[in-house]
Design a protein around this ligand. Sequence first.
Ligand code: GDD
Ligand code: MG
Length: 360
Amino acid sequence: MKALILVGGYGTRLRPLTLTVPKPIVDFANKPMIIHQIEALKDAGCDEVVLAINYQPKVMMDFLKEWETKLAIKITCSQEKEPMGTAGPLALANEILNDGSGTPFFVLNSDVICDFPLKEMLAFHKKTGAEGTILVTQVEDPSKYGVVVMDESCKVERFVEKPKVFVGDKINAGIYCLSPAVLDRIEMRPTSIEKETFPLICRDGKLFAFTLPGYWMDVGQPKDYLTGLQLHLASLRRSHPDQLASGPEYVGNVIVHPSAKIGKDCKIGPNVSIGIGCELENGVRVANAVLLHRVKVKDFARVADSIIGWGSSVGRWARIDNKSVIGEDVHVKDEVFLNGTIVLPHKELKETVLDQGTII
Ligand code: GDD
Ligand code: MG
């Protein structure tokens, strides 16, 4: 079985992290986002994943070489000369996705995280005889998503991308199971699966919705990334509690890479991930936050509701709070307080920044 992951866009909403690496290889819970997806696809029986890329393909493919061997799955690249939208890339990869056997394939947005119930979704797709099955989930604010209205047999009646008025709160989770017949509907041009293809399949009564059991998040922006981490760790607590850190210094759900060093009298958690080679000195407090790889946090510093980029450091008694996102190789000096600050890579910060949303 084949799968295609839509890896387009510049990941601007996850800057400054995406100034260092493309969005799909930003770590989420100590593993690149896209690896969570590729592992799930492999588990569901996929033997080849096509990455539909229009930006930095070499960086992505070089990075994924090692994973291709590790996960024993073929990873190929379908490169666009111009952004082809969310459906155009399927036309471009038509020959790989349609091998003539009629086997359905998966399509994933690259920034979604969930329990990936792909096997169940495939079984549902086959049972209903759908041409397309959309994974759906319920959210409080549906306006920034594609909204799916379905009948009691789960047949989709309407698909409305980014609705201006309320049409429902079940949304497209950005994961599809499609039969090759869908490819006949997609022209070779930049086009949107949400705005053009789904309404067509829906009109013919061949679009179905599979409701996602468990958590879901589009982790393409910092606030949602942190919420997604919280949901993911809570799910790990239920499924693989052994992967969570335990000990007197940990509160709630925390993952710590085995290579990280944690000093005395630290208090870490809840909802924290600590990456490869991080070093926390003594009395450090971290809550609802992410330390990507090789971050150093000095004595008595505090990091809350924030993300700290690769190789950065936080000085003694410093405080980073309130949805700050610190890029790669940033050095925050002792006693500095950052309040909702976005810091671009390779900086040294000597002064406190109180104005929320400041970009440095
Ligand atoms: N290859 C390629 N080329 N990929 C693209 C392109 C392109 O031109 N444009 C966007 N993508 C990829 C993005 O990288 C992402 O993985 C996916 O297509 C969706 O684009 P986003 O920019 O993340 O869209 P969104 O988050 O506003 O909305 C989409 O996702 C929601 C769920 O998170 C839609 O599919 C909504 O219907 C859905 O609810
Ligand atoms: Mg998105």
